[in-house]
Design a protein around this ligand. Structure first.
Ligand code: ATP
Ligand code: MG
Length: 613
């Protein structure tokens, strides 16, 4: 914990609440659909309740955690020069016309007509809304640089809301936007981005999260234009590729692959594995279906994906990408290899141009205006592992048919090694075991993570689309350069639980715990016990500690279990035996052993040390 935090916490009086006066509906059973610990435990601990798919009530305990995380975010954003504002969640869809994002979002957007027939949406994020505001409110270079942020409920109609707060349809996000007149130099985007990067490191550290920062999708201005903050956690949805030698880490879409060097004989060389054989493969829309039917492994399939170029001056109208069946085409890498924009081909248009979509083979390279990119693994003619001719299965370029024993040299119809429209290029997602792009000889490892934050250099993407430009010092009109920075606040709450729990319940990191201390009364009906608890709570509060007094008329065993379940960092138990010795039983939640007797005079200091250090 930083100096500033502990001082801020100490100067504030802690809250005191009695369990009997609030609502903490703990439960023994988890919801049937809850697969992940954070989902199970947040519901069981009475922090959240599901209203409908991907939408949750935050009960008092859950809200306290959400507030604590929000407060950490706020403090660090303010310290980094940000100013908080609040934009509407209800927005006119007209705004998205300027950037074309209504189409990009598609079904993810909660969109509806109001009573006057105006097309409206609930904000999934707010680039357009803030740019709309900024383009009228920011008129002089003297107002820049600027960083504006909000902590707000966002709406995304996720196809598969899952795991409680991890992927909701309504969730709390901190989104920040920075505005600059240059990329480099004082006040530029790089400087602002760097400040956010550092602020994020402080935020997630203070939240007690174990995280990695990874390079993510490159933006319009190239370079490492985007970073994701990933909580290291096996249950995470995202795959992170890591070079263990250099610490290079990138998300699987962005991760580069080290040199995969051409084989001795060159690409595409090697004898056929057999006669080319056409097979009937009805009702096999996907690679897996074909593999099952033909009893071949996906690594023996050549997958051919058809793209069309989106730039007018592109080298070819169509780009076909060939990768091994067990690997995934990477659109960003295709874009880099082509040197211009590409998009998945429209099925009908592609069919008209002669592509048998679903059954396309590399032989489609002979169609008009095609550039073919082949990933090195797919360009192999010899199976290096077995020292035998490579056995390839691919589409037959006609519906419901595939071919076996495809051979690059014999069956392509053009000489792949010399044809001008055939290139070998690294165009697939990285996978575990691939050569590291940073250290020769090292191989990439795959880890799992939960994306809790994402920072992005937008450049002039939104300002150009929305006409946001101002005069600079030399009276030149310039597009405003922007960055955007998101944190999933409610997702971070779930990530804390995902990372920190045991068989008995949540083990909140102290900085985000709903209460710091729970005082459990063995005999709440005994006035002297109640008095001792009230006095202790007041002292703890004066020390800046939030206290929950479990004054319920329940058996001690029930209360101990509940205290463990809700994960408050310190439990103090007041009972006859301890009081007779002028003490209380002290037990840290993270401590698996038994509690220990601590004299009443020492207990506040002991709690403070346990929570703040
Ligand atoms: P994901 O890839 O997980 O769908 P994203 O990259 O689309 O997320 P961003 O647009 O970068 O999300 O949003 C910023 C942050 O908001 C994310 O880093 C994540 O922490 C959080 N977030 C995004 N979608 C959700 C969701 N459905 N539920 C909870 N948090 C979310
Ligand atoms: Mg993201």
């Amino acid at each position: 914990m930083t100096q500033a935090t502990s001082e801020a916490t100490i100067s504030r009086r802690g809250d005191i609440q009695r369990w009997s006066r609030t609502l903490i509906p703990t439960a023994r059973e988890a919801p049937a659909d809850a697969e992940l610990p954070s989902h199970r435990l947040l519901v069981r601990a009475g922090c959240i309740r599901r209203l409908t798919a991907g939408v949750y009530d935050y009960l008092p305990l859950g809200l306290r955690v959400l507030r604590k995380i929000s407060q950490i975010v706020r403090e660090e954003m303010d310290a980094a020069g940000g100013s908080e504002l609040l934009l509407p969640a209800l927005c006119p869809t007209e705004l998205l016309k300027e950037t074309g994002r209504a189409e990009d979002y598609g079904d993810l957007l909660f969109r509806f007509e109001d009573r006057h027939g105006r097309d409206s949406y609930l904000g999934p994020t707010h680039e357009e809304v803030i740019t709309e505001m900024a383009r009228s409110a920011i008129t002089s270079y003297k107002q820049l640089p600027l960083n504006l942020y909000q902590i707000q409920t966002k709406y995304r109609d996720e196809f598969r809301p899952r795991a409680g707060l991890l992927r909701g349809r309504e969730f709390l996000m901190k989104d920040a936007y920075s505005f600059h007149l240059s990329i480099d130099g004082p006040g530029g985007l790089e400087e602002g981005y760097d400040a956010m990067y550092q602020a994020y490191v402080r935020i997630f550290t203070r939240c007690g999260l174990d995280f990695s920062v990874v390079e993510a999708e490159a933006g319009p201005i190239g370079g490492s234009a985007s970073h994701e903050f990933m909580v290291n956690c096996e249950t995470g949805e995202d795959t992170i590729m890591v070079c263990p030698e250099t610490g290079y880490a990138a998300n699987v879409e962005k991760c580069e692959i080290g040199d995969r060097g051409a084989p001795e004989q060159g690409w595409f060389a090697g004898d056929p594995s057999g006669d080319l054989e056409e097979v009937h493969t009805p009702d096999c829309p996907g690679i897996e279906d074909v593999c099952k039917l033909l009893k071949v492994k996906p690594r023996h399939m050549l997958k051919t994906v058809v793209f069309h170029a989106t730039d007018d001056d592109a080298p070819a109208r169509w780009v076909i990408a060939v990768v091994r069946g067990d690997q995934d085409v990477n659109e960003g890498k295709i874009r880099d290899a082509v040197g211009g924009g590409v998009a998945l081909a429209d099925v009908e248009k592609a069919k008209k141009a002669g592509f048998a979509i679903g059954y396309v083979s590399p032989r489609a390279v002979k169609l008009d205006g095609v550039l073919m990119l082949v990933d090195p693994d797919a360009a192999a003619g010899i199976d290096a592992d077995k020292g035998k001719p490579m056995f390839w299965v691919t589409g037959a370029d006609k519906k419901d048919h595939h071919v076996k024993h495809f051979n690059w040299a014999r069956d392509l119809g053009v000489d792949a090694a010399s044809a001008a429209n055939v290139r070998v290029a690294s165009i697939r997602n990285a996978a575990a075991g691939d050569p590291s792009p940073r250290a020769p000889g090292a191989t990439l490892e795959a880890r799992r993570g939960i994306e809790v934050g994402h920072i992005f250099k937008l450049g002039a993407k939104y300002s150009d689309a929305m006409g946001f430009a101002i005069m600079d010092e030399t009276q030149q009109r310039k597009s405003v350069i922007m960055g955007c920075y998101g944190i999933g606040v409610s997702r971070a709450m779930a990530a804390c639980v995902e990372m920190s729990h045991d068989d008995n319940g949540i083990v909140w990191p102290a900085a985000v715990a709903p209460y710091h201390v729970i005082i459990t009364l063995m005999r709440p009906d005994d006035a002297s016990h109640a008095q001792a608890a009230a006095k202790l709570a007041a002292e703890l509060s004066a020390r800046g500690l939030d206290v929950l007094i479990d004054d319920r008329a329940e058996r001690p065993g029930v209360k101990f279990n509940d205290a463990d379940l809700i994960g408050v960092p310190v439990r103090l138990t007041i009972g006859d035996k301890a009081l007779a010795q002028n003490g209380v039983e002290f037990k840290a939640r993270s401590d698996t052993g038994k509690g220990e007797l601590v004299p009443l005079d020492d207990v506040v200091a002991r709690c403070a040390a346990s929570v703040f250090e």
